[in-house]
Design a protein around this ligand. Structure first.
Ligand code: NAG
Ligand code: NAG
Ligand code: NAG
Ligand code: NAG
Length: 387
């Protein structure tokens, strides 16, 4: 593998500069991110799927229907060009990095990026269950072969490149890699259910296997030495235009979303929370935060105007017009598909992924609001008490 620390790519320079400017503009002190001694974390490691991926998709064909993430108008609102993020701008993980005065996380696959302040291992299309399971059940379609296991393999390679080996967990290199790091484990599991839609594999089977694989993953991170871990729940995927388009029109819940799908993600989240309780007992030295994506999304659906939103169900970038503006065979980024002119008034960007505006609302609820348990503030306080 090429050196992890070659000169910045120009994109990286621009991004880091931009972050610095934003930080300066929004801070009363004159410290830059590089010199700010009060910055609680020196780095973030992120994991997950397309909701968290900041560019690992590049050069892949990507999941069916979303092969166009490298084309405009992806990125139109913030970066002003596509960055292989599945949105018009920043994702939750980008807002988290900014709130911690850290630069945007480079994707693991960008070997040229400066990874001093963290790495993003999240990759679109990935699953909590090992890819082999989908192959065995003839459900692999054309979809990316990455699972959360792949992300662990990448993380291990990264650690080795830093001189941190499993055989010497107490080494300076391992302490350097873990002690001041925030682990942001983005939502993963939505794809597991999506890939098995219409198959003979039941939702219960997926839930059991996905939670099992995901818990193993978290346990491995914690055993290696992760101390500050945020785990996002599954969102209310029954509110996505994709789900609304596919489900019968009488399958609806009290907020107008697909009842069976929201029930499935809710059931998944209940089991996930009980697993997190077990992990907290098993690893008392770690802070494990549950970031409640399900209720964050639901809160905005219940009162969109409070968050400056008007369109709850309609994709900003898509085709077909009302009510969902979504056609799975002609998705955002295809040559003939255009975006709305006011994405900040939309929850949904492309039928599956959310707008920058929505990601900002969700990030604020996790970081400053009351949808993290224990509150994110508690994690920061624990961190700041350590040398
Ligand atoms: C990477 O970034 C860090 C912190 O911003 C900086 O100190 C270091 O010099 C950079 N490395 C390279 C090779 O540019
Ligand atoms: C998968 O497809 C192969 C070839 O078409 C078939 O032999 C096999 O039984 C299928 N497996 C399952 C689990 O459906
Ligand atoms: C979901 O549906 C199942 C039955 O299909 C039911 O037992 C369960 O209580 C429901 N869960 C929620 C959260 O509505
Ligand atoms: C969470 O915060 C929101 C607004 O910030 C408030 O309306 C809501 O009542 C709070 N919920 C709880 C459980 O404290």
């Amino acid at each position: 593998m090429a050196s992890l620390f070659p000169a910045h790519s120009s994109l990286q320079n621009i991004l880091i500069t931009f972050t610095t400017i934003i930080f300066l503009a929004s801070s009363s002190s004159s410290a830059t991110p590089e010199t700010n001694q009060r910055r609680p974390f020196n780095k973030i490691y992120a994991f997950g799927d397309s909701f968290t991926d900041t560019g690992n998709t590049e050069s892949l064909t990507g999941p069916n229907g979303f092969v166009h993430v490298s084309n405009p108008p992806y990125g139109t609102t913030f970066f002003h060009h596509p960055t292989n993020r599945y949105s018009d701008g920043r994702l939750v993980i980008d807002f988290v990095a900014q709130s911690l005065s850290l630069p945007f996380l480079p994707p693991y696959r960008n070997s040229k990026a400066n990874k001093t302040h963290g790495v993003n291992f999240a990759v679109a299309g990935s699953t909590a269950i090992n890819h082999e399971f989908f192959v065995r059940n003839n459900l692999s379609l054309d979809i990316t072969p990455e699972s959360i296991d792949t992300q662990m393999i990448w993380f291990n390679k990264y650690l080795e490149s830093q001189g941190c080996r499993d055989s010497e967990p107490g080494s300076d290199q391992c302490r350097e890699a873990f002690d001041d790091a925030l682990f942001w484990v983005g939502e993963i599991g939505v794809n597991d259910y999506a890939y098995t839609l219409g198959s003979t594999v039941s939702g219960d089977t997926i839930r059991k296997l996905a939670i099992y694989g995901f818990t193993e993953f978290l346990q491995t991170l914690l055993k290696k030495g992760a101390k500050y871990v945020v785990v996002e729940s599954l969102p209310t995927t029954g509110c996505l235009p994709l789900a609304m388009t596919l489900a019968p029109s009488d399958d609806r819940d009290d907020i107008g979303c697909v009842k069976s799908v929201n029930n499935q993600t809710s059931a998944h989240n209940l089991v996930l929370q009980s697993k997190l309780s077990e992990l907290r007992q098993q690893f008392p030295q770690a802070v494990i935060v549950y970031a409640d994506y399900w209720n964050a999304y639901r809160t905005v659906m219940e009162n969109p105007a409070k968050y400056g939103m008007k369109e709850r169900f309609k994709a900003c970038c898509g085709t077909g017009g009302d009510p969902y503006n979504f056609d799975v065979f002609n998705t955002c980024g295809s040559p003939s598909v255009t975006a709305c002119s006011d994405p900040h008034e939309y929850i949904n960007w492309d039928g599956v992924h959310l707008t920058e505006a929505m990601y900002k609302v969700v990030a604020d609820m996790f970081v400053d609001g009351n949808l993290s348990n224990p509150p994110f503030k508690t994690l920061l306080e624990r961190r700041l008490r350590k040398p």
